[in-house]
Design a protein around this ligand. Structure first.
Ligand code: SAM
Length: 379
């Protein structure tokens, strides 16, 4: 395997040379640097001590956790032997000292404890029951085969970070796959990224509940074809019950673009999409602290993109779903005005309204559909 050196954030790592990232014997996607920046920001704010990068590939994520966050013990794991060998090299490229190796595990005891592990992530997480303060699941496609074990391996008040790159199921292009993986009916069309994000959070809440655990969403978002959710577990049966109260369904009229939401464990009408999480998608204080860190110029791999994303997430109204101005404009046959103008017109009428990161043409507002359409027509 021919290697070359890459710098990302504070880390230097060797990655394989390959025609495309998908042909590489060990996976490294520079476009996910922003995804890693955001988790670094979160860990800087929340300061979990023992953290696991369960599907580590080159080790870049875990190495960045060790270099850029206050984590004291960082585990890097991958099932691939080539990845394991490369993770060890990459750890030694960034930290002084020696790796002590025994069977499938190599440990560096330095200022921080770094453990490089070669195993199936589910087996490692089953071995380390309620051990980690934070676990990051960053798989190829769906995280579902790892979710249950991760919920047992993270502490009862720990934090879980989940990436899903399987947009086709979550966005409704492959609805049967969404039923199989996420036990939910997805919604195709303009709202699919938000509904997909809410399906992902919803299944985490449902899986957590059986362990008498609730969830608090710290941040959930969609970016560059992946869905991302960070949740903090809340201990106790009552917390589990409270979480389930945030589940519900979406009804969507394709003809008009009007949506309705309904809370409840079961839908009361036909043609419901979900179940989805209808609770908050962010903890305002935590997102604010993350945003402040970026504004202060903390070292990141993609500082400008991170600033833009955190600004958007910080400003965005945290209510379910949005109106897509282009899609609705086409339906009601009016030319779409600038988003800023529509938002101001809604403010003038006493409604809250912001842009949404889920769509460059979307507006989140508490205005009823009929008011939104009237504003679009009158402008
Ligand atoms: N987290 C990495 C990053 O930020 O660059 C990328 C991880 S890559 C998308 C997914 C990795 O999961 C691959 O390296 C693959 O070998 C590994 N993997 C797949 N199935 C696994 C399993 N059951 N247990 C552990 N690792 C697994």
């Amino acid at each position: 395997m021919e290697l070359f050196e890459v710098t990302e954030g504070k880390a230097k790592i060797l990655v394989p040379k390959a025609e495309s990232i998908y042909d590489s014997p060990v996976f490294y996607n520079p476009r996910m640097a922003l995804n890693r920046d955001v988790v670094v920001l979160l860990l800087k704010v929340l300061k979990p001590k023992i953290v696991l990068d369960a599907l580590s590939a080159t080790g870049i994520r875990g190495i960045r956790f060790a270099l850029e966050t206050p984590a004291e013990e960082v585990w890097l794991n991958d099932i691939s032997l080539e990845a394991y060998e490369l993770m060890k090299r990459n750890v030694l490229l960034n930290f002084p000292g020696e790796l002590k190796e025994e069977s499938n595990r190599a440990i560096l005891e330095g200022e921080k404890r770094i453990v490089v592990n070669h195993d199936d992530a589910n087996r490692l997480m089953a071995e380390k029951h309620r051990y980690f303060h934070f676990i990051d699941l960053d798989p190829f496609g769906s995280p579902m085969e790892f979710l249950d074990t991760a919920l047992r391996s993270v502490k009862r008040k720990g934090i879980l970070g989940v990436t899903a790159t399987d947009g086709a199921p979550l966005c409704g292009a492959h609805p049967k796959a969404c039923l199989r993986k996420y036990l939910a009916v997805p919604l195709r069309g303009e709202l699919c990224h938000e509904v997909g994000t809410r399906i992902l959070v919803g299944i985490i809440a449902r899986y957590a509940a059986k362990y008498d655990l609730g969830i608090e969403v710290l941040l959930a978002y969609y970016k560059d074809h992946y869905f991302r959710a960070f949740v903090r577990l809340r201990d106790g049966a009552r917390k589990g019950d409270e979480s389930l109260e945030n589940l519900g369904y979406v009804y969507f009229d394709e003809r008009t673009g009007k949506f309705e939401i309904e809370r409840g464990f079961l839908p009361t009408r036909p043609n419901a999409y979900g179940p989805v999480w209808l609770g908050p998608l962010k903890n305002e204080d935590i997102v604010n602290e993350m945003f402040e860190l970026v504004k202060k110029g903390v070292e990141l791999a993609r500082p400008r993109e991170a600033l833009k994303l955190m600004h958007m997430l910080h400003e965005e109204l945290d209510i379910p779903l949005f109106y897509d101005t282009h899609a609705i404009g086409k339906r009601i046959k009016v030319e779409t005005k600038k988003l800023g103008e529509i938002i101001k017109a809604l403010w003038k009428r006493g409604y809250r309204a912001t842009r949404t990161h889920f769509s460059p043409t979307g507006i989140k507002t508490d205005a009823p559909y009929e008011v939104f359409v009237e504003v679009m027509k009158r402008l």
